[in-house]
Write a protein that binds this ligand. Structure first.
Ligand SMILES: [Fe+2]
Ligand SMILES: [Fe+2]
Length: 284
């Protein structure tokens, strides 16, 4: 069993500083095998904001798989936006825009969907999909294959279609060929879990699509700050959501969904069904 903490949309420059220490403590308590951050580490891609993000990442468990978001590309500095769009991200966060993590149970592959030519939309291209193919297709079936992007592959019911990552259908076709199990994204500042089969309808494939809310931004779009923890085995994935409770000054467990692997992908188990396992690290 593997534990993955999934944070997103930190937005240093617009963070609620009161959340940082409780978040750090809760993440450490979960003892994750890997920490994922699905983009928007800063609010305006300023050096001081990246330095703050760097300091925060340094206090979280490692290894980490971090990808950029649209807010990590400078908006107003036109030269940097078009000619050095992720220079500061590369300096302070990671020179590798598409990091990955592999062990004998899971593979986690990051993809950079941030682009200079659009204000907030994201995109994935054929070269990036080819990289995913090279990294994931050769792995054995029992390994959980997990993809990380900032821009989403599915949307909560009230969201607009243009928020989907560009060329999503092309990418999902390859993800299906390689047996991708889970896609982790952010950007919407809204938590959501769904099945790729509902939108993409690829026979024999249904990946779990997990959106994290914003962990620390004050711009939470009506949803309280939150993050996800995934407990992953070859047979079952449990997605826990931890949400900020001001009265307790802490992130507390607010959602717990289980998904069981079948011949044609991942399917939600009924609420209240007997869990396949329990994360021993929870200690809540
Ligand atoms: Fe964001
Ligand atoms: Fe974003």
């Amino acid at each position: 069993m593997r534990v993955i903490v999934h944070l997103s949309d930190l937005h240093f420059g617009r963070v609620d500083a009161a959340l940082l220490e409780p978040l750090r403590a809760r993440v450490r308590g979960l003892a994750p095998h890997v920490v994922v951050v699905s983009g928007d580490l800063t609010q305006r891609a300023r050096a001081a904001q990246f330095r703050e993000a760097r300091r925060f990442l340094d206090t979280l468990p490692k290894p980490q798989v971090v990808v950029p978001g649209n807010h990590d590309v400078p908006l107003y500095n036109v030269y940097q936006r078009f000619f050095q769009p992720l220079r500061k991200y590369r300096r302070y966060v990671n020179d590798n825009l598409e990091p990955d993590y592999f062990d004998d149970e899971i593979a986690v592959v990051g993809i950079n969907t941030a682009r200079s030519l659009t204000f907030k939309d994201g995109r994935i291209n054929e070269k990036q999909v080819g990289n995913v193919r090279a990294k994931l297709c050769k792995l054995p079936d029992h390994m959980a294959k997990i993809i990380v992007t900032h821009h989403p592959f599915d949307l909560p019911p009230d969201q607009q279609h243009h928020d989907l990552v560009g060329r999503a259908a092309m990418a999902m076709k390859t993800f299906a060929e390689c047996g991708a199990d889970i896609v982790l994204s952010g950007h919407l500042h809204s938590s959501h879990t769904s099945h790729s089969a509902e939108r993409y309808k690829i026979p024999g494939h249904s990946a779990l699509i997990v959106q994290a809310g914003t962990a620390t931004s004050t711009r939470s779009r009506g949803e309280t700050n939150s993050f996800n923890a995934l407990h992953v085995t070859p047979e079952e994935v449990r997605v826990e959501r931890y949400s900020w409770e001001p009265a307790n000054s802490d992130f507390v467990l607010s959602g717990d969904e289980a998904f069981r692997h079948t011949a044609d992908g991942w399917h939600r188990q009924k609420p209240g069904s007997e869990p396949f396992f329990r994360g021993a690290e929870k200690g809540l």
